[in-house]
Design a binder for this molecule. Sequence first.
Ligand SMILES: [Zn+2]
Length: 233
Amino acid sequence: MQNRKPLKKILCVWLILLLVAAGVFYFCFGRRQYDTYIMIDPGHGGYDSGAVGADNATYEKDITMKIAYKVGQQIQSLDPEIGILFTRTDDNVSWPADETADLLARITMAQEQNADYFLSIHLNSSTNPEAYGYHSFVRSNDPFSQDVADRIAANLEKNKYSYDRETVFTDQTPLMVVDNLSIPSLLFEVGFISNYDEMSQLKNPFVQDQIAKAIASAYVDTIHDLQENETNE
Ligand SMILES: [Zn+2]
């Protein structure tokens, strides 16, 4: 029985091969592709239409999806080093038809996918058909998102889009997706769907592009400033 290879040796070779294969797999699929990830959350979706427009036919969930997608595209074109995650990419939602479970699922997604920033996009609605303008909601202990909100407003002012209704701290107006995350989280209400003129603007692909650009460059500029400060320290 001289030809029989020692069992120990064979096992050893197989173990090494297995470790190499695991290493290659981790290198290709396991590591984070980007250093920074933004999770973009198009408000509502699926069973939940969100607010209904002044024309009784436009849904908040459809416009938030369009703008959110454009924001993701713009961020990637401004800085391909920033990874984009979405809570949903179309009208199909992965959570049950229940408002609390719905919001909780979005928060859990951001946590499980290790997002660095969270941006929720919504439209506003009022019984006053004249009400218009955009609003940012942030935590008072989140200077990053406050900075982003200021930059969005400055960019939109340059484009002469609508009107800044100012940044609101969630200490006064609690918001689940902002308050229950520890990462910087901003909920941006882009405009009033209940105002016929503003709704028409929000439905216009050209205006959507301008809004998306304003939001995207606000994020990219704030992230770049932060990275520069970190390298200077
Ligand atoms: Zn909403």
